[in-house]
Design a protein around this ligand. Sequence first.
Ligand code: ATP
Ligand code: MN
Length: 463
Amino acid sequence: MEKMTVAEARSPDAAGRSIRLQGWIRTRRDSKGGFSFLELNDGSSLENIQIVADGSLANYESEIRRLSAGSSVTVEGELKQSPAKGQATEVQAARITVHGWSDPESYALQKKRHSFEFLRTLAHLRPRTNTFGAIARVRNQVCRSIHEFFQQEGFLYVHPPIITASDCEGAGEMFKVTTFNLAEVPKQAGQVDFTQDFFDRPSYLTVSGQLEAEIFACALGKVYTFGPTFRAENSNTSRHLAEFWMVEPEMAFYELTDNMDLAESFLKRIVGDVLDRCVDDMQFFNSRIDNTVLETLADVAEQQFERLPYTEAIELLKQSGESFEFPVEWGKDLQAEHERYLTEKKIKRPVILFDYPAAIKPFYMRVNDDGRTVRAMDVLVPKVGEIIGGSQREERLDVVSDRMQQQGLNADDYWWYLDLRRYGTVPHSGFGLGLERVIQFVTGMANIRDCVPFPRTPGSAEF
Ligand code: ATP
Ligand code: MN
């Protein structure tokens, strides 16, 4: 007797084997002929396998006829070719052992369709549904592709700290880390006395591992980070989480166009792998969630991304004749509605916008010769909008120091960052890709809260 997954057992060439399967019942149907059909799922695939349970089984009346959605079982039997449509194989059960019952009166996952809002209140049960099982498998595949891609390209995986003292881009958007008793915070001359706190200074959860990745890129060449990041932005949008995963490659001797080339081939690789390796799950998303998703992904995998300077994008938006809620003006950041117009209506594929106004971008982005724009790039995709943000970094000590001052940052706090420019500085570039935005994009799910196992958003951190 061979232990198999449902995915393996569904393969036509597995027929004839004597097997053991373990999982959860999705449905039971009793036939008038004195036997029952069970649908079993074990998470290995979107699809279930059909179990034929004959009335002659010892526990047929006492147990099998009481099985309901959510019960857990071990099934032993022979894998046969199935006469039914839509499945190559089925199991003729010789023995079914019940591990756990699931009372249909109180079990929250009824057969009817539940809204995603409702399922968010059941984050401990939603992985048992088709949609959330499929999301978990696609998310796993995307993570696998991320590592495979960078490892094959010769990048080193490095780990920046999660607790940081530099508030880089995050002013106001950072979660504080402290061991103070908040009812009695030590003060000195009316100010919080952080010298008495654990780290001797204010500290935070990281919003990005970029600055630390730069340290390693400037020693080892090509590196990437991949881990959780935190932003206390109080925005209840469908594409922001307070805790999300970010991938941040950082490369020495890369200029902005090299950075764009890498971002494009990276996204194409992720999308191509999902299409190749998550066939059933992607069919499911296309038929149940968003019927344009397969076509969109196939286009992304094949077509060249458009590359457009910010200034030209502003012109296109001004000429669009659309009535946007937020005005379009050179020097302002683009809003989601503008990003969507460009990717969905005007250009109809991913767009890489670059050379943004210096005033709306952080100090570390390389200043162009015009003095008013920086070598920033954002990759925008249909529906989701910004999926990647990156730049060529400012490698000139004097320029980066000036930019810090302009932005009101204290250069002393960044002495180590400036040392990278003092000793053996090199042109370098990198970007950040939000994992959950990618999951949202490839699955077509409308809300990013459904693209992470346990969403953290304002007012919500259960589970
Ligand atoms: P946005 O303008 O969409 O809020 P951002 O410009 O603040 O994003 P970056 O600092 O450029 O984001 O971060 C890099 C990437 O991380 C983004 O392109 C996006 O994919 C992802 N990201 C940023 N903020 C969030 C968030 N709150 N939740 C989920 N993903 C995020
Ligand atoms: Mn950005």
